[in-house]
Every structure is written in C-alpha cells, then in structure tokens.
Design a protein around this ligand. Structure first.
Ligand code: ADP
Ligand code: MG
Length: 452
C-alpha cells in the first residue's frame, strides 16, 4: 500500500532529477497526514528551510495533481540526537514522533520561519518605520495601517518582518486565522485551482477563511493578468470586511511595472514604508546577535571590521559571518581581523577599497568627460555636467561606501538627498541604457582594476 507522500515522491523524482531528489526530498520523512495537511520531518533546520524555499510548492502541486486537493505541508525538524538517517516512509509508524499531530489552530501559522520573529529583528534608523508599523499591525490588525506595504532591496528584512507579524499575532490571538504565502505561491495555487476546477475552494481559503493575509514579494504577480485579477478580488473581499493585509515588495507600488493601476492604488491606501540598507551600528548589532545565537566566538573589534567590509544587505552580512566562522572552525584558528580579510578579501575588496577616495573618483570622472573638478563639485546643472556628477556620486557610493551626507559634502556641500537621487537614477537608468552601463563599467575598471 502506498501513501500520499510516497506517491508524491514517485511523481517528483523524474521531474526534479535523481540528484535533487536524493539530496533534498528523500531525507524528508512523513510524520502524519490528515485531511489537507501533510506533516513532514526534516533532519535539520537547514534542510527544512531549504525544502520550504525550494521544493514545498512543487510537492503541493504534485499532490494537488494527484488528489485534486490543496494540501498544506508542515515541516518539523528532527530533535537533536534523533536518527539523522532518512527512514523509508513506510517505517514511519515505528519512528518517534517529535511533533504533535497536525492541529491547524494551535501550531504556528503555516510557512512561517521560526527564526523570523520581532525578538530577533534589530531595529535601526534604516528599518525603524517599517518595524514600528509591523508592530502596530501585529497589535491591532485591520485598524491602523491597512494595507501595510513594506518595500526595499534584497536581504534587508522584509520577509523577516512579515513572518514576525504572523508569529506575534498568533501568540497574542491564536484564534486569528493568518494566511502567509509568497505571491509566487499565490499564483501557483491559483493556476492549479483554475486547472482543476477548484476555484471555489481557492477563493474560500483566501477571501473567507482568512483574517490576516501576509503576502511576500507581491512584485511577482505584476504583468500576470489573471493572478492580478484574482488578487484584486481577494484584496477587496478582505479589505471590505476589515481584515488586515500586509504585503512586501522590492519597490514601491507605483514603481512596479505591469501592475494594474487598481492594485497599485489600493496598495497605496494604507502605509507604504521602506527599508534601507542598515547603517554600521545596525550591521554590528545584527552580527553580534547572530554570533551569539550561533555561538560563534568573535571579538567586538572583528565584528566591527566585518561590518565595515560587508555593507550591502543583511543576508550577505550573515553569509559572510557564516563563511568566516566555518573556515575558522575547519582550520582550527581564531577569528581575527587578518583571518576575516583573508577569507573575505576577494569578495569584499571591490566594495571596500579603503584607499580609494571620493576625490580619486571625481578626478577619474572629470578626466573621462573632460570637465573641470570645480564644475563637478559646483552648482551648475546643465546636462554636460550634471550627468558626470551623478556618475561620480554613484561610483563614490559604490566604491568607497561613504555615507550619502559625506559624499554630498565632498561635492561642494550638496544635500544628501541630491546624492541619493543621483544614485537612484544611475541605478535605474543603467538597466535600460547600455551606453551608460559601459561608461560606468570602464570607469570602475579604471578605478579598481576589475568589473563589479
Ligand atoms: P528580504 O525579504 O528583504 O529579502 P529577509 O527578511 O529574507 O530579506 O532577510 C535576510 C536575512 O537577514 C534573514 O536571515 C533575516 O533574518 C536577516 N535580517 C534582515 N534584517 C534584519 C534585522 N534588522 N535584524 C536581524 N536580522 C535581519
Ligand atoms: Mg524576502
């Protein structure tokens, strides 16, 4: 006799390939199954998260295509000391059951990562508004900021805050029905629902059986007409009955190309809050917390050093710490500044270039465009000078990592918002303007000797 998980595995194996299957799916053990819920156990937290991020949707679809039922997959982690060898699914009954049988209401909302809680989120100037708004939503869902829209670049904590709201709400008010999912998953489920004539079920789930809807990376549905249409109706149904909606994206509602106006305008109804890259203090605090959590022995000055090397986003920052500590453990050496430089040197070098000054960049840009330094730093705004100036500001930010106000100062005392705008515009224009991209590339090459 086979079971739902064994069947799903059999279907997934040819689709995903043997290697992926062996590595990521076979180690997952079925713990329990109830109508609409399949509970699995992963051998480690890492495996759990990897599975959830990469294969859970495929499993849901596979099961859907077999049973025509939308299952939710809950993944637990094997207790420490438990057998880490994958067990054949048939041996489940004999294996210990580290998790309670599925009880939808009492367990944490589905799909939320254990680690992403308010308690582990470090607040700083860069994310203060977003974090406060998220707290407000968790305390009074549907009341103050509805919808709440968080946006910012990758790895800056949007998903973390979204999950944190789910956890906090669930703790305070377990009866509240929280639905969390990525916009991609929303689309996939919707497509399956259409294909298998299960739209009623789909609608009931998102429009009726939901008190708080948390959608990650909404930009994903831009340009996907039917999904946008469906989301629009879900939004209206929830909004009209005073239910909370919280959404994240990598840009503002209005900047999402291909998004229908009626959705954009609704996303603007509540609070739109941004998250920026963290400043040095916040980066240090994040590193310290992470080091404590993972019991990584790293001295304060080394933490600061690491935080000056990796500036772009928190995910990279965490990755750098993990990388350094893994190497240190492997080599059996202490984590010193020299060691950090050794391990991260090639990664971080293009960004740090501590020797490279804003002035050197100004000179290079002035030379390239045959404009005078005084003009570059001066107030004149015509295109022949404004463009080189913006390029120089952009490169200063990228290559020296100096703060916006500092760059402003070095350009004849300009306001930091001027620098921010310049950087933003250069980033935007570059994507559609190969000529500009080429210029920046060649200047960068001239300055640091290698491309980004
Ligand atoms: P995004 O969704 O914006 O791409 P994530 O929320 O996935 O970013 O964050 C990337 C990683 O950085 C996660 O591990 C997250 O926990 C961590 N992180 C981001 N911001 C913070 C913060 N302010 N405090 C602690 N950890 C953070
Ligand atoms: Mg995210």
């Amino acid at each position: 006799m086979t079971d739902i998980w064994t069947d799903a595995l059999a279907g997934l194996r040819p689709r995903l390939g043997t290697e992926t299957y062996e590595l990521w799916l076979r180690p997952m053990v079925m713990v329990a199954v109830a109508p609409g819920v399949l509970q699995l156990r992963a051998p480690s937290l890492f495996m759990k998260e990897w599975f959830e991020n990469h294969y859970r949707d495929a499993v849901v679809q596979e099961i859907f295509s077999r049973t025509r039922e939308q299952y939710v997959i809950e993944v637990g982690v094997a207790e420490e000391g438990a057998v880490h060898q994958p067990l054949p699914a048939g041996a489940d009954d004999a294996s210990p059951r580290p998790t309670t049988p599925p009880a939808r209401r009492s367990s944490a909302p589905l799909g939320l990562s254990e680690r992403y809680r308010f308690g582990t989120f470090i607040k700083g100037a860069s994310n203060e508004l977003a974090a406060s708004a998220a707290h407000a939503v968790a305390e009074e869902p549907g009341k103050r900021f509805n919808p709440l829209f968080l946006y910012g670049g990758v790895g800056l904590g949007k998903t973390h805050l979204l999950h944190a709201v789910g956890h906090a709400l669930h703790l305070q008010r377990p009866e509240v029905r929280i639905v969390y999912l990525s916009a991609e998953r929303f689309m996939n489920e919707f497509i399956s629902a259409v294909r298998f004539n299960a739209c009623d079920q789909f609608r009931k789930r998102y429009r009726e059986d939901c008190d708080v809807l948390l959608v990650d990376d909404i930009q994903f549905i831009a340009g996907r007409d039917r999904t946008m249409d469906e989301f629009f109706h879900v939004f209206n149904a929830l909004y009209e009955s005073g239910k909370q909606i919280m959404v994240t994206a990598d840009r503002t509602p209005s900047d999402m190309q291909g998004m229908e106006d009626r959705i954009t305008s609704r996303l603007n109804w509540g609070l739109v809050a941004d998250i920026k890259p963290p400043d040095l203090e916040t980066r240090v605090a994040i590193l310290r917390q992470k080091a404590e959590d993972e019991r990584i022995p790293i001295a304060q000055d080394v933490t600061v050093y690491l935080a000056t090397l990796v500036r772009s986003n928190v995910r990279e920052l965490e990755g750098a710490l993990v990388r350094v500590s893994t190497f240190a453990a492997l080599k059996g050496v202490a984590i010193t500044q020299e060691f950090v430089r050794e391990v991260l040197g090639d990664v971080a070098a293009p960004r740090i270039s501590t020797q490279l000054s804003v002035e050197a960049i100004q000179k290079a840009v002035a030379g390239y465009f045959s404009v005078r330094m005084t003009d570059l730093k001066g107030p004149r705004r015509h295109k022949g000078i404004a463009r080189p100036r913006m390029i120089a500001m952009y490169l200063s930010r990228e290559l020296t990592g100096s703060s916006y106000p500092e760059i402003g100062l070095r350009f004849g005392g300009k306001d930091h918002s001027t620098v921010i705008n310049a950087c933003k515009r250069m980033t935007e224009i570059q994507t559609s303007d190969p000529e500009l991209r080429g210029i920046i590339e060649s200047l960068r090459h001239q300055l640091v000797g290698h491309p980004a």
